[in-house]
Write a protein that binds this ligand. Structure first.
Ligand code: HPA
Ligand code: ZN
Length: 343
């Protein structure tokens, strides 16, 4: 078991579902709030953590948007992003694709360029210092209007070289993918890739819509696909990746406990599932904690762990050369290890 834990934590990993605002730890939230002269509605770091007791997605989102309010300056976005990338370095995450929510900031009067500059400067530094590659994905807040999403895309286009795709996050139920068909069409004509949160709390029909109307390259979460056999067949037949976030799903009560999670049964049915941390500062862990939780709750095998990582590499928005390099790094790590002996 100890060997297995070591094996999991040392695996060279990729992360494909990470909201950078969800990586803001309470300590850094306080530090940034203080230097910006802001009063937080909490007395201490402990009080912030104690408030992280969610029963559904909306309860989390309310506190997550509140936490992001400390971010005002370019340096704030840089520090938040760099703190996450340091965790990546410590946890052997070799490639990461980060979501950011520009509307959370522009609606508070912050220039979108400030957000882009702070995040991308950190991404560049992490590439130079640690060889961590990355991509940015701009997410639209689905509880806001389709017009606001279109305005956000327009405002972001001067920074087109800094992001690879667009996504859809925030309150899912009542805000189906079809609401954003026009803005996703526009993004596709700009050569952007598309992804969408679907089937986290929302029904399988939202996953169908994301596939057919938004032409997504990946589904974020997607765990409710299991309620629709035809949909599972579509996902398997098209090799469509799901960016699954185990600890998030437990903390937001999508599943009651890790033993009930369907990630490994989807894997065994041939769905290209991957492991990700979503909002690690809020959900109790980064990539390694997610893998360890799968070991603990679902008796994840070493072979399954390697397949999950390979799925992530295959589902990444990267060049063929980088994909080959990541596979080679994983091959080198696994070489000589008797995977069955770890189980
Ligand atoms: N779902 C929807 N919106 C989000 C999430 C999530 O898991 N995390 C941050 N915004
Ligand atoms: Zn998410």
């Amino acid at each position: 078991m100890t060997d297995m834990k070591q094996f999991l934590t040392g695996l060279p990993k990729v992360e494909l579902h990470l909201h950078i605002e969800g990586s803001l730890e309470p300590e850094l939230m306080f530090e940034i709030g203080k230097r910006n002269g802001l009063d937080l509605p909490f007395d201490s770091v402990e009080a912030v953590r104690a408030a992280y007791n969610f029963h559904n997605l909306q309860e989390f989102l309310d506190i997550y948007y509140q936490g992001a309010q400390v971010l005002l300056k370019e340096q704030d976005f840089y520090d938040m992003t760099m703190a996450y990338l340091k965790r990546c370095q410590a946890q052997h995450v070799r490639h990461t694709e980060l979501f950011f929510d520009p509307q959370t900031h522009t609606d508070r009067g912050i220039e979108i360029g400030v957000v882009f500059q702070g995040i991308t400067r950190a991404l560049k530094d992490a590439q130079a210092q640690w060889g961590i590659s990355s991509q940015l994905i701009l997410c639209f807040l689905r509880h806001l209007s389709a017009e606001a999403a279109m305005d956000t895309l327009e405002a972001a286009l001067p920074y087109r070289e800094h992001f690879i795709g667009v996504g859809l996050d925030s309150s899912e139920v009542g805000h189906p993918p079809e609401k954003f068909k026009a803005v996703f069409e526009r993004a596709l004509t700009e050569g952007l890739l598309t992804v969408a949160h679907a089937g986290e709390e929302g029904p399988p029909d939202y996953i169908w819509q994301a596939l057919d109307l938004l032409k997504v390259s990946r589904i974020d979460h997607g765990v409710r696909c299991a309620e629709d056999d035809l949909l599972v067949k579509r996902l398997v037949d098209t090799n469509m990746p799901l960016t699954v976030c185990p600890l998030s799903n437990i903390r937001l009560c999508v599943f009651r406990e890790m033993g009930d999670h369907n990630i490994l049964s989807l894997l065994e049915r041939g769905v290209r599932v991957t492991v990700n941390s979503d909002d690690p500062a809020y959900f109790g862990g980064y990539m390694n904690e997610n893998f360890l939780a799968l070991l603990e709750g679902l008796q994840l095998s070493a072979q399954q762990a390697v397949t999950l990582v390979r799925n992530g590499i295959d589902a990444s928005f990267i060049s063929d050369a980088r994909r080959q390099a990541l596979h080679a790094e994983l091959d080198a790590y696994v070489k000589g290890v008797d995977l069955s002996s770890l189980n």
